[in-house]
Design a protein around this ligand. Structure first.
Ligand code: GLU
Length: 420
């Protein structure tokens, strides 16, 4: 299994990061092994009848990295690139993210190898419901709580609630987070990840002495995370000059009209062709001058090929794993870019998921203002801890965030002891 997982480049990247941190923390061999490898790797076949009458079998994965500190928490993604190794890497990162934010969770991640853009609503519903049925022995509000990720949304979560609750014979809203408000979702959850990215980026600008109100930004990705990152930055007065997605990239030197862009994307499914901006090359756009560069889409986009050319002051990682270790080494050698590492920068989503789960368990709901205030308090604390640890040990922010998280998990594992 070790070799199988390590064959996947994303898992190899996460494992490499773990090894470096374990060396830094001088973890003994026993704790190293116990912290590194996932507890449960579950793969199920999902036979689904398509609208044309043909049946296809999809494969769904769920990796529960650790249950040591509580139920596992993490998204479910639908993408043609999903495989077990990638899901295991994302579960490991979720584990660190939850520990860094001091949430009482282990990390989990799930994925179904399908292309949601080519599937009808009916097909997506059948895939989701069948996957949920297959997962019933392994999930529960105290065991494993899923949430939206790439290619999934509130509707996907609603189908999971409905399938699980029908099986349980009662409504179990705490089985997933990221639900719509009418199904006991939380105020502020939809915007939470992007809000957190923008909030932390503004805190980074404060630290650098750059005025937020006259800053500029480039956002890669215009899904839920990219959209809300851009909108929240704009609400702070930041000029968002460039936005890209899978269809292309658009640029407006005076700042893009984000509401118009959102309408365009809703109508055409991509930023390409937006009338109030110029079409630019998406890869070249990442290297343009700006204060904040926010990769908020896929992993491994800041690489050895472009890290040396970046001209941002703050790299705000809205995506999971956007920067490769080679690129990290280049950024560290440059020393002129303030890195907000993914497990800190995009943790707003899982933090508000935690608030949603707490509200569900309490049968109570908080206002959006309460949720966002609590979110900013949590993010600020993790930001301050990360910066203090980095300067105390003379290490980069990513290394510091990962070290704080892995130290937390290792301490609990050591305290609980090994069974039997
Ligand atoms: N999918 C999001 C992430 O990667 C949110 C996970 C959650 O809310 O559980 O952080």
């Amino acid at each position: 299994m070790r070799d199988e997982l390590l064959k996947n480049p994303v898992f190899a990247m996460a494992a490499n990061q773990f090894d470096q941190v374990a060396d830094f923390l001088a973890l003994d061999d026993e704790l190293r092994e116990r912290c590194k490898w996932p507890k449960r790797l579950i793969t199920v076949a999902i036979p689904v009848r398509h609208d044309d009458g043909n049946t296809k079998v999809y494969f769904g994965h769920r990796v529960q990295h650790h249950l040591t500190r509580g139920p596992v928490k993490g998204g479910l993604r639908y993408s043609p690139d999903v495989d077990l190794g990638e899901v295991a890497a994302l579960a490991m990162w979720m584990n660190w993210k939850c520990a860094l934010l001091d949430l009482p969770y282990g990390g989990g991640k799930g994925g179904i190898n399908c292309d949601p853009r080519t599937l009808s609503m009916g097909e997506l519903e059948r895939i989701t419901r069948r996957f949920t049925m297959e997962m019933i022995p392994f999930i529960g509000q105290d065991i494993d709580v899923m949430a939206p990720d790439m290619g999934t949304n509130e509707q996907t979560m609603s189908w999971i609630v409905d399938t699980y609750s029908t099986h349980a014979g009662r409504l179990v809203p705490g089985i997933v987070t990221g639900k719509p408000l009418c199904l006991q979702g939380s105020a502020g959850r939809t915007r939470a990840t992007g809000h957190g990215v923008a909030f932390l980026a503004s805190r980074a600008l404060n630290k650098l002495g750059i005025d937020v109100g006259s800053a500029t930004a480039i956002v890669q990705g215009f899904g839920n995370v990219g959209l809300h990152t851009a909108l929240t930055l704009a609400s702070y007065g930041v000029k968002v000059k460039g936005v890209s997605d899978i269809s292309g990239a658009v640029w407006n030197e005076a700042g893009l009209d984000l509401n118009k862009l959102a309408d365009h994307v809703a109508a055409t499914k991509g930023v390409v062709g937006f009338a109030h901006g110029d079409a630019v090359d998406p890869a070249e756009m990442l290297c343009r001058e700006c204060d904040i560069l926010a990769p908020a889409a896929a992993g491994m986009v800041i690489t050895a090929a472009n890290a040396g050319q970046l001209r941002c002051k703050v790299l705000a990682e809205g995506a999971n794993g956007p920067t490769t270790p080679e690129a990290d080494a280049i950024l560290a050698a440059r020393g002129d870019i303030f890195v907000l590492p993914d497990i800190l920068c995009n943790a707003g989503g899982v933090t508000v998921s935690y608030f949603e789960w707490v509200q569900n368990l309490q049968r109570y709901s908080w206002s959006e203002r309460e949720v966002l205030t609590k979110l900013e308090t949590k993010l600020e604390a993790a930001f301050a801890r990360t910066l203090a640890f980095a300067s105390q040990h003379g290490i980069g922010h990513r290394h510091a965030a990962q070290a704080l998280a892995i130290k937390t998990v290792a301490e609990v594992k050591a305290q609980r002891g090994m069974f039997p």
